[in-house]
Design a protein around this ligand. Structure first.
Ligand code: GKR
Ligand code: MG
Length: 428
């Protein structure tokens, strides 16, 4: 079997005006869909965060991939490293999301190859990763402070006819009461049991109050997480953390860098978690030496793929780290890959993050994947168990061409609402 082609399609999906430490989500989130095609008529799918730079890197990767046997993952990965070189961990940037290009290219292609290998062998991707240790993967309710609207062409797109979660999704949530309402609507619709609040938006005391309001509304047993995306100082993180002891399941990236995280970790009894300070294998020695976090949020998009994420899981086990999973705005190809990976990772014991409830569009046949009681059932179908809806893909590609966005920049979006607002790597 040989790879004969690789199609790269940038898409734009509507995204609500969600707030975070770096500003505001644009009305559209960008993703890139990769389709690797073989000479026996099969295709495999991958999805990563999109930008003009990612699209052109993926286009440049075609010459490495085309002509290869899709089972030769090591050779293809080496070919990609030879072609692009390695990227320093600092290329990640200070924003909540990861700006590295090469890890994303590797990930998109590797996931597409796993999908292909699964289709070629008639086995689900989780079987190719060693087999499932769970049938259903738990996800958490991912709460955001937000302005009114659900994203898209009409500015922030308010639909007066929306019902259920679609209606709740477009409501503003700017204080503890709004956050609790959002959580109740999301948990009612999807059945999530764990709850994460994206912080770093309002002064720390307001966010602490929102967590206490959730604790009161959902009861002492509800696992709660707060993620200020590293914009608090060590002192602020400790002060806020003390008010959250006994309330949070974990405290995600309150402050920036492994040294600072280690100081906070030493001062508190709550476990710290990260998708910002330990984000590559180069960071593992520092993490172990300093004790910067107790839990690592894996993400196959920026750890370089599914195999790399399994390797990370083993490292976490060896060094006594817990393992959870990070997310960004995405559609079903990423969600299916996350579910197969989680199903095949024994020590992934926390409910995974997902932005999926905030999105409404899809590129897969059959439309949106469904959570039941907060979990996704892992399919037994070959590969990722999904097929590409080509008409939907074309529509979302058209939306990409007309939306005018070329990369994620939450600061620019925030300035449209609050002129002069600037991102600060450390704010409080
Ligand atoms: O979507 O605004 C967002 C999040 O802040 C995202 O970009 C982060 O990468 O979900 C993320 C996180 O856990 O830090
Ligand atoms: Mg995070």
């Amino acid at each position: 079997m040989k790879i004969t082609d690789m199609h790269v399609t940038p898409i734009a999906i509507t995204d609500p005006p969600l707030l975070n430490a770096a500003g505001l989500h644009a009305p559209y989130a960008l993703r890139a869909v990769v389709e690797v095609v073989t000479d026996n008529g099969l295709y495999g799918l991958g999805e990563v965060p999109g930008s003009v730079a990612t699209t052109s890197a993926l286009e440049a990767a075609r010459e490495v991939v085309i002509g290869k046997d899709p089972f030769q993952l090591n050779a293809i990965q080496q070919g990609l490293f030879d072609h692009f070189g390695q990227e320093g961990a600092t290329a990640r940037g200070d924003q909540p999301w990861d700006k590295r290009r090469i890890v994303h290219v590797n990930s998109a292609i590797e996931v597409a190859l796993f999908d292909l290998m699964g289709k070629a062998t008639g086995r689900p991707v989780c079987d190719l990763l060693g087999g499932r240790v769970r049938e259903r993967v738990d996800f958490s309710a991912y709460l955001f402070y937000k302005y009114e609207g659900a994203g898209g062409e009409l500015g922030f797109g308010v639909d007066p006819n929306a019902a259920g979660w679609a209606a709740a999704r477009q409501q503003a949530a700017l204080d503890p009461e709004g956050v609790v309402k959002e959580a109740q609507a999301m948990c009612k619709e999807f059945g999530f049991k764990s709850i994460k609040l994206k912080g770093g938006v309002f002064p720390p005391d307001e966010e602490v109050a929102a967590i206490h309001a959730l604790h009161e509304a959902f009861g002492a047993g509800a696992p709660l997480r707060l993620d200020p995306n590293a914009i608090w100082t060590v002192e602020t993180s400790i002060e806020a953390g003390r008010k959250l002891e006994g309330v949070l399941e974990y405290y995600e990236d309150p402050t920036r860098g492994q040294e600072n995280m280690a100081q906070v970790a030493r001062a508190l009894s709550i476990p710290l978690a990260t998708n910002m300070c330990t984000t590559s294998f180069d960071h593992i020695p520092g993490s172990v030496q300093l004790g910067s976090e107790a839990i690592i949020l894996s993400d196959h998009h920026f750890w370089g793929g599914l195999r790399a994420s399994i390797e990370l899981a083993r490292i976490c086990q060896v060094f006594g780290r817990g393992l959870s999973m990070h997310s960004n705005s995405h559609v079903g190809i990423s969600l299916a890959a996350m579910a197969h990976l989680a199903a095949a990772t024994p020590n992934l014991t926390y409910a995974c993050d997902t932005h999926y409830p905030w999105q409404s569009e899809e590129v897969i046949v059959g439309g949106r994947l469904k959570f039941e009681e907060g979990a996704l059932e892992v399919t037994n179908e070959p590969g990722l168990g999904i097929e590409l809806d080509r008409a939907a893909l074309a529509k979302l590609h058209e939306q990409y061409k007309t939306c005018g966005l070329t990369e994620r920049n939450d600061e620019i979006e925030m300035q449209k609402v609050q002129p002069g607002w600037t991102f600060q790597a450390t704010r409080w």
